[in-house]
Design a protein around this ligand. Sequence first.
Ligand SMILES: *Cc1c(COP(=O)(O)O)cnc(C)c1O
Length: 425
Amino acid sequence: MAVGLGESFAREKDGRDPLARFRAEFYLPTGQIYLDGNSLGPMSRRSEASTLRVLDVWKSRGIGGWLEGDPAWFTLAEELGGRMAPLVGAAPDEVVVAGSSTTNLHQLLATLYQPEGRRRKILADAPAFPSDLYAIRSHLRLRGADPEGDLILVGSEDGRTLSERAIVGAMADDVALAVLPSVVYRSGQLLDLETIAREARARGVLIGFDCSHSVGAVPHRLDDWGVDFAFWCSYKYLNGGPGGVAGLYLNRRHFGTAPGLAGWFGSRKGRQFAMGPDFEPAEGAGGLQIGTPHVLSMAPILGALEVVAEAGIDAIRRKSLELTAYLRALIEGDLAGHGFDFATPAEDHRRGGHLAIVHPEASRICRALIDEGVVPDHRPPDIVRMAPVALYTRFEDCREAVRRLGSIMDRRSYENYPTERGLVP
Ligand SMILES: *Cc1c(COP(=O)(O)O)cnc(C)c1O
């Protein structure tokens, strides 16, 4: 056991943890240490309650729920957007909860990507979430640009991390727009969003961030940073439930830009039921909605956001950094010699909510961990992701997870698993 990081340290940290009471808000399987909240956050009692409330309105009032639900379903997307806005540092009308991350990126590209003259390229990162690249290429194709030649991908210089300097260096005068991650989903690296946004604006490049891996884990100041747009999912650190509806941010300097993909729920609310042939879009982010809101997939988010708001994003971030630092120190100390390395930068300000642990046997180690009651996830070829989440993970859980990992390594029990991967890694 690494000096000073043992059981008594973990107990003491848990005993003094200002967020300790939130653990009881969640359903966590007994005997399991859940470290996969960066893929799917667990269900909270508040989400269960808010979902049952929405179901009850449907049961008792039928169509009346559109206006009489609490909150009314008709404006639920705007209402939830307003409640999510503080998590991204935006005004309430700059955020709407609609669609999925990928469809929101589609809508934002359809609205904001305006290739003109030489400025027609889109900048992204090579390790981007694949769906983002699929979406970007489809817009290049739809506008008659070259889906390969007009997509600039910034790679990693050290094979692990992205460099802000390289990203900014790629913002040439033929780049119209950039889509970058806040936290890189594989490595867990947190980018310097403020610098990237400032440099993008100085170069006339529209800047958007995929915040799927940072919303609910890291505070944001999208307005202050001058970010043009952002999108994120609600089922990871926000614990909004499987298929939970996503978030979209549109900086108010773009209010009034015609939505690229028009649909009736993007209408000015007072005019929607005029049902005229001409679309009258709402001013703010709400104008980028397309069809009927997915009310039942928004219901759990109502409760989930209460938990995050009560805990406070700054306290969540503080504890999250301590948990990931602790987990890393335990692995470095107790498991030295087992061949583990880290893709996540060590510095606090460059780390999101999870730790990306590198090992050539990552896939089999992951399966062995799951059988030992520790739930991480695997990103091929060689990454084990572990997310100790401030709202429900204890320091003691980190210690116990590393103890079980150590036992797997000592016994080499991962060698009992076949090397091929399952459908969902
Ligand atoms: C999880 C995740 C998404 C999810 O996209 P969906 O369209 O909601 O399925 C997008 N981007 C990143 C970086 C993610 O981690």
